[in-house]
Write a protein that binds this ligand. Structure first.
Ligand code: ADP
Ligand code: GLC
Length: 485
């Protein structure tokens, strides 16, 4: 049976991307098409999305969507169906999807994403002629209210459909003051701990977790970690209470976008059997980042510069990295203070540390295709995609043992090296001493060319495509639709 699913996300590559959510939302339609599921993606109509939509037509209108006129536009995300919410009062503004150009969250984010969710619930319930759906799949807090509307305020006369919420990051919960509640268009009975109330306010992610038919996390380890106070960030009790509804499904990577054999961004394309060609990419990176040429390893970073990613800890150990013969090329943006620390390190270590502050998709591919090892010392990591890109590109991941990093990188410990199965290095804790020792291990292994090459080729041959995870989502969809009867 062919199923129709509405995937509701606040970003999707290649139309709008601030992080891994976009990669996943952008890849799901193809991953699920292979499983006989047609995924329609639903996005907010940010200017960048509308500009890329091309010729389009309105397929539905709201006179007042939470008080705002809105239209639904139809388009394509690659070869797959796309719906876009054109609501100028909410989305026609310069800046990012969630914050203004200065990085300040929009004051009306609650209204922007409640309206988006309300629209999604209407569409899921069958409001748009000729488009019916069997299930709605919501991603993160920005779509967290979708299960709440579907359950507590469904479209009048609409069809009841099950919903899933995927938690890509528990740290962002969409938590707002209680006084927005009357404006959400929910019945008064929704103001309860079994509804949308959370610690005295309205919790969008919490509402989704409470009211969806299933909760998924983007790795199995993260599904376990968020049962604890440290990782659950206040919602661990809810996860425990609903634990029989929680599933960890690992993200895959879009091999059409991320494959060193075909990547158009690279100076030289290569395969596991032709690793020597990578040298050309490394030389290009050294040039681009103003780094010395030498025989030591070139470490890379492609990351949001934030506390989650352990970037403050990395900043602490740069002198050590340089001291033992390493070089670093870093691409990232985020906290101003961290950006300044990395720029200062580059000034302190000319030729050894190169820093590019900003967001650059093409450069991110070139870093994976030319770097020797990618550093990812995250304090928590729901899945992580950059270690998967590193594995696919022969850029050996050096990661902390948490979340999806723990699930995807096999540490080069003596047993794994002897068995020939290691793919990277794991550090035991996120502190300067542990990271410095991980970097030292990486440098030592790099100077054993046979062992290093084995790490690279093991990673490149491992399968991180969407096959297994696409099947897992499809299985879960079918189970929930079956339960609904
Ligand atoms: P998160 O979503 O938590 O930031 P992920 O590892 O899941 O972490 O995904 C990050 C995505 O964003 C990857 O595709 C990565 O290549 C990309 N990325 C992060 N920072 C940058 C940057 N400065 N320039 C280009 N791409 C970036
Ligand atoms: C979030 C997480 C990251 C994950 C991504 C996609 O941004 O921080 O670990 O890979 O979502 O699921």
């Amino acid at each position: 049976m062919s199923l129709k699913v509405l995937s509701v996300a606040s970003e999707a590559a290649p139309l709008v991307k601030t992080g891994g959510l976009a990669d996943v939302a952008g890849a799901l339609p193809a991953a699920l098409a292979a499983q006989g599921v047609e995924v329609t993606t639903f996005l907010p109509g940010y200017p960048a999305v509308l500009a890329k939509l091309g010729k389009t037509r309105a397929v539905h209108k709201w006179d007042a969507l939470l008080g705002t006129p809105a239209r639904l536009l139809a388009g394509k995300l690659g070869e797959h169906p796309l719906l876009v919410l054109d609501a100028p009062a909410l989305f026609a503004r310069e800046g990012g999807p969630y914050a203004d150009a200065a990085g300040r969250d929009w004051d009306d984010n609650w209204r922007r994403f409640a309206a988006f969710a309300r629209a999604a619930a209407d569409i899921g319930g069958g409001a748009v002629k000729g488009r019916s759906f069997d299930l709605v799949h919501a991603h993160d807090w920005q779509a967290g209210m979708v299960p709440a509307y579907l359950r507590l305020a469904p479209l009048a006369g609409g069809r009841g459909v099950p919903s899933i919420i995927t938690i890509h990051n528990m740290a962002f919960q969409g938590y707002f003051p209680a006084d927005i509640f009357p404006q959400l268009g929910l019945p008064a009975s929704a103001w309860t701990v079994d509804g949308v109330e959370s610690y005295g306010g309205v919790g969008f992610l919490k509402a989704g977790m409470q009211l969806a038919d299933a909760i998924t996390t983007v790795s199995p380890t993260y599904a376990g970690e968020i049962r604890s106070v440290e990782f659950g960030m206040g919602l661990e009790g809810l996860i425990l209470a609903r634990s029989n509804r929680v599933h960890g499904i690992l993200n895959g990577i879009d091999t059409a976008e991320w494959s060193p054999a075909t990547d158009p961004h690279l100076a030289a394309r290569y395969t596991a059997g032709k690793l020597a060609a990578r040298a050309k990419n490394k030389r290009a990176l050294e040039q681009a980042f103003g780094l010395d040429r030498d025989d030591g390893p070139l470490f890379i970073v492609v990351s949001r510069l934030t506390w989650q990613k352990g970037m403050d800890v990395l900043a602490e150990v740069l002198d050590h990295l340089v001291g033992i013969g390493g070089r670093l090329a870093l691409l990232g943006s985020g906290d101003g203070e961290l950006e300044a620390r990395f720029l200062a390190a580059a000034a302190r270590h000319p030729g050894r540390v190169g820093v590019r502050i900003g967001y650059d998709e093409a450069l991110s591919h070139r870093l994976q295709g030319g770097g020797d090892a990618i550093l990812i010392p995250s304090r928590f990591e729901p899945c992580g995609l950059t270690q998967l890109y590193g594995l696919a590109y022969g850029c050996v991941p050096v990661v902390s043992r948490t979340g999806g990093l723990a699930d995807t990188v096999i540490d080069a410990n003596p047993a794994a090296l002897a068995a020939g199965v290691a793919t990277g290095l794991q550090i035991n804790a996120v502190n300067p001493a542990a990271l410095a020792s991980g970097i030292s291990r990486a440098v030592a292994l790099y100077h054993q060319p046979g062992a290093w090459k084995r790490l690279q080729t093991n990673g490149m041959k491992a399968d991180f495509s969407w096959g297994a995870s696409g099947a897992a989502y499809a299985g879960l969809y079918r189970q929930l639709i079956g339960e609904q009867g």
